[in-house]
Design a protein around this ligand. Structure first.
Ligand code: ADE
Length: 245
């Protein structure tokens, strides 16, 4: 997957995108990041990219000229077929695992990072396909949101994570939170790993894990249970959990 990132601050991406799994994904050619610095497209001799909002008010607005020129430049690279454009803004649809999984099927995505008070609406009307938010709070710009998006989309791409079962079992992909995990030693500072995990009884371990997943979800994110397809065994486990609480 190729991410074309339009930003005023490409340097913000350097360390997070070049560490650990995302670095390896780039080395393996599974993802590629291209950066377009909005300032490089300014025709103003001072490299100006923003201006005061019409109608007054505080803050500055990214002006249309550098962004139109940047999009048209990228469009030419794609021989007039601009890939899907995502604009990161608190006004967007809130990102979740389902959206990340869907986006991972795209071959190319253009990510537009806003700053200041926003972007001239004509840019959004002309080029943007989706507005995405990463949560109901305001960031200083879209760069952190774009990095969150790149991270969670990339790990859905085949080959990026070593073990494909890892993504299938984890929190959210089945609408349940994960069960607790333990590793060696079996006793640490007097704290014991649950006996069942040392029993070698795979059927009972799977049942214990399912119950712990259900319990975690019920306690921490009961809203998620609304969307889960519960088996009759799950319902039985939930009854046991409710009685034990
Ligand atoms: N830009 C500023 N705040 C944001 C948010 N919460 N999500 C996405 N982009 C943003």
């Amino acid at each position: 997957m190729i991410f074309d990132i339009i930003t005023l601050f490409p340097e913000m991406f350097e360390s997070p995108m070049n560490t650990s799994i995302l670095r390896r994904a780039q080395e393996k050619g599974l993802i590629k990041l291209n950066f377009y610095n909005i300032r490089d497209f300014s025709k103003n001799k001072h490299g100006q990219v923003d201006d005061y909002p019409y109608g007054g008010g505080s803050g500055m607005v990214l002006m249309p000229q550098p962004l139109f020129d940047c999009f048209n430049y990228i469009k030419e690279l794609y021989e007039d077929n601009l890939p899907k454009v995502i604009y990161f803004t608190p006004q967007g649809t809130v990102l979740n695992q389902r959206i990340a999984e869907e986006m991972a099927h795209e071959e190319n995505l253009i990510l537009l990072c806003g700053h200041y008070e926003g972007i001239d609406q004509r840019v959004i009307d002309t080029f943007v396909d989706f507005e995405l938010s990463i949560g109901d709070y305001i960031l200083t710009g879209g760069e952190l949101a774009a990095m969150v998006f790149i991270d969670c989309v990339s790990r859905q791409i085949k080959g990026v994570l070593g073990n494909p079962e890892a993504t299938a079992e984890e929190s959210f992909s089945n609408s349940l939170l994960e069960y607790p995990q333990y590793t060696r030693p079996a006793i640490y500072e007097g704290l014991k790993v649950p006996d069942i995990l040392l029993s070698g009884n795979h059927k009972e371990i799977a049942k214990w894990r399912r119950k712990e997943s259900l319990k975690n979800t019920l306690i921490k994110r009961p809203d998620l249970l609304v969307d889960v397809d519960l088996s009759s065994e799950d319902r039985q486990l939930l009854k046991e959990i409710e009685n034990e609480l």
